[in-house]
Design a protein around this ligand. Structure first.
Ligand code: SAH
Length: 485
């Protein structure tokens, strides 16, 4: 059996829902949302349906089903648990040439209700012909994650301007080109950025001049700590639409795998020790690709605005008139804390948290150590592995207690995560003993004392009593070479 897809206008049309339980409630609400006149027939109603009936939003026939209920309906939904009753409703509806849906019973139904992705007025309906509703649901989930919510606003915009666009571009091929520009170019970007006041002007202007060319765009995207599950939906969408991806070495292959297959991938990471691309070269690459009209994704580990030089890159783009967007990511401090079972704040331990970088001499000297050494706060220290001896000295001198717990998290939120715990007085030695290497993040504060109790992810924390492997030299000395923050 093959179904004919159909979108029905039910506004002000009578629709009958038979049944007063949770399923009937869901159906009634969906019908109300498209303006249908809903009658619910059932001896008893859920509290929500009863409330809607009291308010006059739905009509209620408080009785057992009678065939004359079908008299004025355009459409019928049978949502009772009584299969014989459902079958009777289906038969009677067929006699009256009424379309009927029996919930979860494709054989009795003459129409089916699809799984829906709603970006009204744009609506995507998915059907498996009743054979595999679960599959339709899976497809729906996929599309939900891929399609930006701004699509709805874009569709509304197209409706508002349709006549004028048609008049301006009577030729279909040219018009199609214009719509492509409208939906993919700077106007779509203005809509996504919530710049609604500029949107109308931009369309009006475009209709006056020649069809504008595609403008390139840079999307600065936070890739999170490495596990693709910690990407935002927006990041995923940006990766799906990218023409070019400039990524750091912190970005994992698993995340890059999610990008559009034919997107060009360029690693510009400043890998400690390895060959690195200078910040000027990165700027030049961004500019070249954006000016060529491409969608460039600048993908950075964690969040682009936390020790990621995202600000500098945007200032550069702005100076050169290249449009940009920013998608935040889960920064290392949040990801590591979550995956090490260390709450960054806790009523008993810490009322504030500070993100600090302390990996090169400049940053060590400019920090206010007295403030950083204060009790009842948590420090999340980025890029700190090679600077641990200096960090300890400064914090102790600033007055922080030597028995303050720490958790040092290597490869946080990844399958090979390791957590080393201890106290401030033995911090560098513990790091060396376990050969902790980059990327690693330090959480210091009494909250870190919870790491052992609350651990849930990966290997158990390496506590003091654990057998310590023979010390290896830290291989992170070259991190001192540059100081991005
Ligand atoms: N923008 C990034 C930080 C870049 S600086 C963010 O928001 O997370 C690089 C430092 O981040 C590393 O030296 C390390 O301290 C930390 N880091 C990044 N990813 C990490 C991970 N998966 N585990 C532990 N630390 C990490």
């Amino acid at each position: 059996m093959k179904l004919y897809p159909l979108f029905a206008d039910l506004s002000h049309r009578a629709v009958l829902v038979i049944g007063g339980g949770a399923v009937a409630e869901r159906k009634a609400l969906a019908l109300l949302a498209v303006g249908a006149q809903v009658t619910v027939g059932a001896p008893e109603l859920t509290p929500e349906l009863a409330r809607l009936a009291r308010r006059g939003r739905i009509a209620h026939r408080a009785a057992a089903f009678a065939p004359d209920w079908l008299d004025h309906a355009w459409l019928v939904i049978a949502a009772t648990a009584d299969r014989a009753l459902n079958a009777r409703v289906a038969d009677l509806a067929a006699l009256r040439r009424l379309f009927v849906n029996v919930v979860d019973d494709a054989a009795l139904s003459s129409f089916q209700v699809p799984a829906v992705v709603d970006r009204s007025p744009l609506v995507i309906a998915i059907s498996s012909g009743g054979s595999a509703p679960m599959l339709a649901r899976l497809v729906r989930e996929r599309l939900e994650s891929l399609l930006d919510h701004s699509l709805g606003a874009l569709a509304t915009l197209a409706t508002q301007w349709r006549k004028r666009i048609r008049r301006r571009y009577p030729d279909l091929a040219v018009r199609r080109h214009f719509y492509e520009w409208l939906f993919r170019g700077p106007v779509a970007q203005l809509v996504r950025s919530g710049r609604f006041e500029q949107v109308q002007a931009a369309v009006a202007q475009a209709l006056q001049g020649a069809t504008p060319a595609y403008a390139g765009l840079v999307v600065l995207v936070g890739a999170g700590p490495g596990d693709p599950g910690l990407l935002t939906l927006r990041a995923l969408r940006a990766l799906n639409e990218a023409d070019v991806i400039l990524h750091d070495h912190l970005v994992t292959p698993e995340v890059l795998d999610l990008a559009r297959r034919d997107a060009e991938r360029i690693e510009v990471g400043k890998r400690a020790g390895g060959r690195s691309v200078s910040q000027d070269d990165i700027h030049a690459l961004l500019l070249r690709h954006a000016r060529a009209g491409r969608r460039v994704v600048r993908l950075k580990g964690g969040d682009p605005f936390v020790f990621g030089r995202g600000g500098e890159e945007l200032q550069f783009l702005r100076a050169h008139g290249i449009p940009y967007e920013v998608v935040p990511g889960v920064t290392a401090a949040l990801a590591c804390a979550a995956h090490a079972g260390v709450p960054l704040t806790h009523r008993d331990h810490a009322q504030s948290v500070r993100f600090v970088t302390a990996h090169c001499r400049d940053s060590l000297d400019t920090l206010d150590w007295r403030a950083l050494a204060q009790e009842r706060q948590t420090l999340a220290v980025y890029m700190g592995v090679s600077g641990l001896p200096a960090l300890r000295a400064h914090l102790l001198a600033g007055g922080r207690r030597p028995d303050t717990p720490f958790a040092l998290i290597e490869n946080g939120a990844r399958a090979d995560q390791r957590v080393v715990v201890g106290t401030l007085d033995n911090l560098p030695e513990r790091a060396v003993a376990h050969a902790v290497h980059s990327p690693a993040l330090l959480i210091l504060g009494t909250v870190a004392g919870l790491a052992t109790e609350l651990a849930w992810f990966g290997a158990a924390p390496l506590a003091e009593s654990a057998t310590v492997p023979p010390a290896r030299r830290l291989q992170t000395g070259h991190e001192l070479a540059h100081c991005p923050a």
